[in-house]
Design a protein around this ligand. Structure first.
Ligand code: GDP
Ligand code: IMO
Ligand code: MG
Length: 423
């Protein structure tokens, strides 16, 4: 069998958690391959809303294995909180969760380094979630990191101390940055004990065996393509490869084993944190989108920046990921508008672009819009896409033509049930 991939095509928060949860019954394994607790994936069903950060979004379905791959970075403190929050739901973590021994650990000092670095950047800050993501991946590529497999070594505390001492040295260079590490360490070591009690294995060997045995795997992306370390709006990005290729390195599966690639996008566009956002609406329309769409970060609670859909960015993301089908989310939110704008090109210095050019930060980008009719009807009770208002059908058909990929799912509300098939 092949690994199907589901990932975000914009700046994150497209609704990945919801669609993974909807698709999970078709799969045996749901696997996270990159990112860490900077992610906040929301699932809603039976009147309850859940937000997951490290744990894959298949966790609520019975008989499905959830896998945290080697490409993920784990904060034992946040991980423990997540596990404890799930206690009322009788989840059998011993049998439905496995963790890669090669996943890297976020130390309390990584979080401190993240905060110190962001403070020092001042107005140029990335707008990081401050979860220690950047410093942890830096230690990974710098070959200093601690991995989950290390926690079973008798030398773990020693290794930990060597890295922490190094971090303390670096923190000393940030003038005026104060911290109390002793206050943070007990929770970290409690989290380590919890991790030790779970199944920490060589997930790359496991997943390849399972594929060979005919098991179906869905890889769950975190963040979005425009936050990818290589192809996103650098430097305002995260520190991992959020794209399809990241699945291979983050799980240990070969490129020849990638099957469907499901790309998710909102019917409009949001971004949280700093960095360029060509279609951003800094006006009352943007504010209406934020209020109607409840666009506040699932991880940090920060207001998300809102704007119209951006086809140049979407086309670029589809190209990089090899997207084979699309899910369009939050169509219900656009119901408040009588007219909808779609950005088809960027105009920069009189030149038209239909993709995101190098380093758009600081450039004067004029989005060129095509105006389409809105549907202006409540969609949240819609059961069948066939009964959708014509203007919504036209919007979907227009996007399919422009993006050259079928939109097979249209989402009309946060609940599991508010998901329409368009196959
Ligand atoms: P993720 O990070 O990609 O999993 O997305 P988030 O969970 O951070 O943000 C998506 C938000 O939109 C969550 O609050 C979801 O419950 C909500 N959501 C997802 N799909 C829809 C939809 O079709 N309509 C509405 N109104 N909300 C949705
Ligand atoms: P999910 O998986 C939206 C953004 C941050 C910041 C930049 C770098 O829920 O879609 P980091 O903490 O990684 O150093 O932050 O990336 N960011 C996200 N934005 N959704 C996310 O995850 C994000 N994870 C990181 O706001 O701009
Ligand atoms: Mg999110």
């Amino acid at each position: 069998m092949k690994v199907d991939v589901l990932l975000g095509l914009q700046w994150g928060d497209e609704g990945k958690g919801k669609i993974v949860d909807v698709l999970t019954p078709e799969f045996d394994i749901i696997a996270r391959f990159q990112g860490g607790p900077n992610a906040g994936h929301t699932l809603e069903f039976e009147g309850i809303k859940h937000v997951l950060h490290t744990i894959p979004s298949g966790i609520f379905r019975k008989n499905v294995l959830n896998l945290i791959g080697n490409g993920v970075v784990i904060d034992p403190v946040i991980f423990q909180k997540e596990i404890e929050k799930l206690a009322p739901f009788n989840i059998d973590f011993d049998n439905n969760l496995v963790i890669s021994k090669k996943a890297h650990l976020i130390l309390p000092t990584h979080r401190l380094l993240d905060a110190a670095s962001e403070t020092a950047k001042g107005k140029n800050k990335i707008g990081s979630t401050l979860k220690g993501i950047g410093p942890t991946y830096m230690d990974k590529t710098g070959r200093n990191g601690l991995r989950v497999g290390d926690i079973f070594s008798t030398k773990f505390k020693e290794k930990y101390q060597i890295l922490v001492d190094k971090h303390i040295g670096i923190l000393g260079h940030y003038e005026g940055f104060e911290y109390d590490l002793r206050e943070l360490e007990p929770a970290f070591f409690r989290g380590i004990e919890l991790l030790k009690s779970l199944k920490c294995i060589d997930t790359e060997v496991f997943i390849n065996k399972e594929l060979k045995a005919g098991k179906k795997v869905l890889a769950e992306g975190a963040q979005g393509t425009m936050l990818d370390i290589d192809f996103g709006s650098y430097p305002f990005v995260t520190s991992s490869n959020t794209i399809t290729a990241g699945t291979c390195t983050g799980l240990g599966v070969p490129p020849t084993k990638i099957g469907k690639v499901i790309g998710i996008f909102k019917a409009y566009c949001t971004r949280v944190g700093s960095g360029p956002f060509p279609t951003e609406l800094i006006d009352e329309i943007g504010e209406e989108m934020r209020q109607e769409g409840r666009e506040f970060g699932s991880t940090t609670g920060r207001p998300r920046r809102c704007g119209w859909i951006d086809l140049p960015a979407l086309k670029y993301a589809i190209m990089i990921n090899g997207v084979t089908e699309l899910s369009m989310m939050k169509a219900d939110i656009l119901s408040i508008f009588t007219k909808i704008q779609v950005c088809t090109h960027y105009e920069i210095d009189g030149e038209l672009f239909d993709y995101m050019p190098y380093d758009i930060e600081g450039l004067e980008i004029k989005p060129i819009y095509k105006e389409l009719d809105g549907w202006n009807t409540d969609l949240t009770q819609l059961q069948d896409f066939k009964n959708a208002p014509q203007a919504l059908k036209d919007y979907v058909t227009y996007l399919e033509k422009e993006l050259e990929v079928p939109i097979t799912v249209v989402s009309v509300g946060p609940d599991r049930s508010q998901t329409l098939s368009n196959k």
